[in-house]
Design a protein around this ligand. Structure first.
Ligand code: ATP
Ligand code: MG
Length: 416
């Protein structure tokens, strides 16, 4: 679990701002859910034999002996909230959320125990048009962030529950003949969650899979048409993608469309955004049958990418514009007044007032460190003549005197 320190927060804000702008540009609305839910919500949605539920959840009993869990992902809580507040009754929803998620994993680069996701969930739409919109919207976001050339979209259809069941049997049949050659995880999954073997990281297991039955051959017509519809729309929008027939997700609720945006620039933790369709989930959690599709992106991994690839704009976290210093009692009073007047006039600018007195030299040092382009100095002389001394901090220009009532206009011009 990480502290996000002041030198990091500007990048977080930049990312959150950019995502927020793109999502609201498509008419998506924000929802905020609690960080805690009843444990059974996650067991019933994510699935009992998934990695998340088996070994990654922070679960504890509250004072009433009720089992609660820190949310490991956002979809389950979002469905719970939407259902509980009637958002799914005879209407469609396009929702987004952002915030921390918790998983007890082995911490490493790009993998933390408290991490952050920005997620989107759409309800009540069953066609491939909404699946396509999500991917087109994400492509717009990657372009806005400069990440587009560094990510690859992988898509797949994992079909209906029935087609997956038939495929599961065929896959288990085939792999049972090679039980001893499978990696340890995959051997265990053969009993519990065989589809997950498809995305095994083991090279030997992947080699065995080359001759395994293919999920595509088991797809039902409806899923096949849906997938064709998605691909046609991505083509229309000029979105490049790779069909990865071995792409499956680690959560049980997905069916039909699944996708991941993957990068090579982060090493092993290469998936920055993942999602898919979950048409059965609302009903499974006790609601009326309602189709759903969504995704979640990993904020830490995106920030790591922005930094590794040097894509954070120079203006992000640039610090103060103006640093105001008052010398002596009268000077300090005037500085307070001038600062507030400037904040009225230059609403977009950062105006830092020196606090804590100190010598002229030490105040100048702080002004320099604030990143400000100009220092304003108010002492007895300035107070008696109704002026301000303006000192450029980033150029060799001389300090000069400006009448207080002309200051705001002068700074507006200077800072543009
Ligand atoms: P992975 O295969 O990397 O473990 P996942 O399938 O568990 O990912 P999802 O549950 O689909 O991941 O979460 C969506 C995104 O959230 C991931 O693609 C990743 O960017 C991010 N994410 C997941 N777990 C972590 C973590 N422990 N630390 C940081 N980011 C994470
Ligand atoms: Mg995981």
């Amino acid at each position: 679990m990480n502290d996000i320190l002041p030198d990091q927060t500007p990048v977080w804000q930049y990312l959150e701002r950019t995502v927020g702008r793109v999502l609201s540009g498509y008419g998506y609305q924000e929802i905020r859910m609690p960080l805690l839910e009843q444990t059974h919500l996650f067991k019933r949605s994510i699935g009992e034999v998934t990695d998340i539920v088996e070994k990654e959840m922070y679960t504890f009993e509250d004072r009433n002996g009720e089992s609660l869990t820190l949310r490991p992902e956002g979809t389950a809580g979002c469905v719970r909230a939407a259902e509980e507040h009637g958002l799914l009754f005879n209407q469609t929803q396009k929702l987004w959320y952002a915030g921390p998620m918790f998983r007890y994993e082995r911490p490493q680069k790009g993998r933390y125990r408290q991490f952050h996701q920005i997620g989107v969930e759409c309800f009540g739409m069953d066609g491939p048009d909404i699946d396509a919109e999500l991917l087109i919207m994400l492509a717009r976001l990657w372009r806005a962030l400069g990440l587009m050339p560094h990510v690859r979209l992988e898509i797949n259809s994992i079909g209906s529950a029935e087609s997956r069941k038939a495929y599961r049997e065929a896959l288990v049949d085939y792999l049972s003949g090679f039980r001893e050659e499978l990696d340890e995880d995959s051997r265990r999954r053969l009993e519990t969650n065989p589809l997950r073997i498809l995305d095994s990281k083991s090279v030997d297991t992947q080699k065995l899979l080359d001759d395994a039955p293919s999920l595509e051959d088991f797809l039902d017509d409806d899923s096949r048409n849906h997938f064709a519809g998605l691909k046609a729309r991505l083509d229309l929008a000029g979105i490049e993608y790779v069909v990865n027939p071995r792409l499956v997700r680690g959560l049980d609720y997905y069916g039909k469309t699944v996708f991941e945006w993957v990068t090579e620039s982060l090493g092993a933790q290469g998936t920055v955004c993942a999602g898919g369709r979950y048409d059965g989930l609302v009903e499974q959690l006790g609601g009326k049958p309602t189709k759903g599709v969504g995704f979640a992106m990993g904020v830490e991994r995106l920030i790591l990418m922005l930094e590794t690839l040097d894509l954070v704009p120079g203006t992000v976290g640039a610090g103060a514009d103006i640093y105001v210093m008052g010398m002596g009692e009268a000077g300090e009073a005037a500085a307070l007044k001038v600062s507030e007047d400037l904040r009225d006039a230059l609403t977009e600018r950062t105006i830092v007032s020196h606090c804590g007195a100190g010598s002229f030299k030490s105040q100048m040092k702080k002004a320099d460190r604030s990143g400000a382009r100009y220092a304003l100095i108010l002492g007895d002389n300035e107070v008696s003549s109704g002026t301000v001394s303006l000192k450029p901090l980033r150029t060799e220009e001389e300090q000069r005197s400006i009448p207080q009532d002309a200051l705001a206009e002068e700074l507006k011009t200077l800072l543009n």
